[in-house]
Structures are given as C-alpha cells and as structure tokens.
Design a protein around this ligand. Structure first.
Ligand code: R5P
Length: 294
C-alpha cells in the first residue's frame, strides 16, 4: 500500500483554465484513432506537416538496384536525416540495427518481378509481422488501369482493414505502367480511388501540369516518389514544386541514393520539404555539404 503520510493537502485544479483539445495537423486524419494518429505523427513532422521518406524497397521486385547493393554501407549513413525509412522486412531484419528508432514504413505487397507482369502482386506480409516489427505504416502497390488492377485494389483494402484493427496506417503507392499516360487526370483517378477505399496516405508521381488538382481533390496526404535519377537541382525543384502545390512530402529513393553525394542530397531535400527552402538555396546547401565531404 502506498505511504500516504506525506500526501499534500493543497491541490491546484486550475478550474478557470479550459482543457485544451488539439486539432490534428494532418489533412483528412482528424477522425482516426490515437494509435494511428500517433504513428502518422512519427512519419510526418508536426512542425512542417511534411515528411522526407527514404525509399529503399526497390529490391522487392528488381533485386540489387544501383545504389542499394550494400544497404549497410550506402543507406544506413543517410538514416539520421530521414523522417522515415521505407523498406522490406528482409532488409530490415538482416541489415538494420534494432537500436535505430527512425519510423519504418514496411513494404507489404510483393509477388512479381521485373521479368513478368508487375501488377500481379499480393499482400506479402501478415499483420502480426508488421506489429512484431513495430512498423509505423504498411505500403502496398496499387495498379490502376493495369492487368491486375482489381487484385491490387483488394490487396490495399484488405491491408487497410487489417491495419485499422491495430492502428497501423496504410500507404497506397500508385504504380503507373510503362505505356500509361502520366497526367493529372490519371493521377486524380488513382489517388482519389485509393483514398475513397481507405488508404491513410498516398504516394504518387509529380507532374508539371495541374498537380495541384491532384492534391486538392485527394482527401488524405500525398507524398511524391522521386522517380528516375535526374540532376540534383532538378530533383530539388520537383520536390519544391510538389510541396508548393499541396504535397505533404517526398518518398524519394534513386534521386537520393544515386546522387553523387547522397548524404548531402537528403539534407538538401529536407531543407526544401521542411523549411520550404528554395531549390537554388537548397542546391547551394547540397554543394556546400558535398565540398565539406571531399
Ligand atoms: C518502387 O520501387 C517503390 O515504391 C519506391 O519506393 C518508389 O518508386 C520511390 O522510389 P524512387 O524515388 O526511386 O522512385
């Protein structure tokens, strides 16, 4: 029994101060449960409202991608600058030290390779495994307009159902087939469809024309993939324009880990995403940091 001898008699109830109720900072997420919101708040920075996700999951369908041959040597040094690390459970268990506290977004779909039809995926990780690995979100590829469109959509809805049960958000990744048109009309369809069917946030590609219409009619946050490697300044301009037009961050892979100086590049991207630095200023930062390293 607690020793109550020293219990203070004088208490302060602050009866004149109304209890504060914080409104949640993330678009479309106010009605989610506490655990879900808490996980999203670890992915998205509540100050900027945005995230820099470092995507290194490419190996799940294309093997050892350039820049990802040695995750231990090439990627782990970048992790302190990322808000989130997106990867597969195989790489997580084999190469990422459990002492690392950066939130994990787990690649949860798979089953196809670059040698065959990519849209033929299924859910490749159980919910218990996601809980066991203490992940902050699960990512699933959704192939709108592709051969296995329905299967990939149902993968997503099943993952959303499982995640909702345990407070784990689902990131829908809109995959675009090689021969499909990448325009605002397509991305409005793909992102809205994923949101309507329950995805908590959505990754899509940035397009120059009318990207703001994609973000404006999608009720949950959108992050952009980086896509193929382009010059550093162009990648920074892309991230800057995406944020300006309503994206809540990037889920960037090749434009970071295939950069001449990945550690400098991720810091420059973070300056754009979190501090709204201009692309030119961020590129200056990139050059300064790169020069310090040589
Ligand atoms: C596909 O391989 C994955 O979803 C990647 O995480 C995604 O494409 C982002 O990587 P990148 O910026 O290299 O396009």
């Amino acid at each position: 029994m607690a020793d109550t001898d020293d219990a203070q008699e004088v208490k302060e109830f602050h009866t004149d101060v109304k209890q504060q109720t914080e409104s949640y900072f993330l678009k479309g997420s106010n009605s989610l449960d506490w655990g879900m919101k808490n996980r999203l708040a670890r992915i998205f920075n509540s100050r900027s409202g945005n995230t820099v996700m470092l995507a290194v999951d490419h190996g799940y369908f294309q093997g050892p991608t350039t820049g990802l041959e040695r995750i231990d040597l090439n990627i782990m040094p970048l992790v302190p600058y990322a808000d989130t690390l997106m990867l597969t459970r195989g790489i997580l268990r084999s190469l990422v030290p459990p002492s690392m506290t950066t939130p994990i977004v787990l690649r949860a779909s798979g089953g196809s390779s670059i040698l065959k039809e990519l849209s033929n995926e299924e859910i490749a990780v159980g919910i218990e495994e996601s809980i066991r690995l203490n992940v902050c979100a699960m990512a699933v590829q959704v192939f709108i307009g592709a051969e296995y469109e329905k299967q990939s959509i149902i993968n997503m809805t099943r993952l959303v159902d499982m995640g909702n049960r345990y407070g784990i958000p689902t990131l829908a990744v809109t995959a675009v087939g090689k021969d499909m048109v990448r325009d605002a009309r397509y991305f409005r369809l793909a992102t809205r469809l994923c949101a309507e069917l329950g995805a908590h946030y959505i990754k899509t590609y940035y397009i120059e024309e009318d990207f703001e219409t994609v973000t404006s009619c999608c009720p949950v946050p959108i992050v952009i993939a980086g896509g193929k490697k382009i010059p550093e300044l162009d990648a920074l301009k892309m991230a800057h324009n995406a944020i300006l037009k309503g994206a809540n961050g990037v889920d960037m892979g090749r434009n970071i880990f295939q950069s001449e100086s990945p550690t400098s590049m991720i810091q420059a991207v973070a300056a754009v995403v979190h501090d709204r630095e201009t692309p030119d200023k961020a590129f200056e930062l990139y050059n300064e940091l790169s020069n310090q390293r040589t």
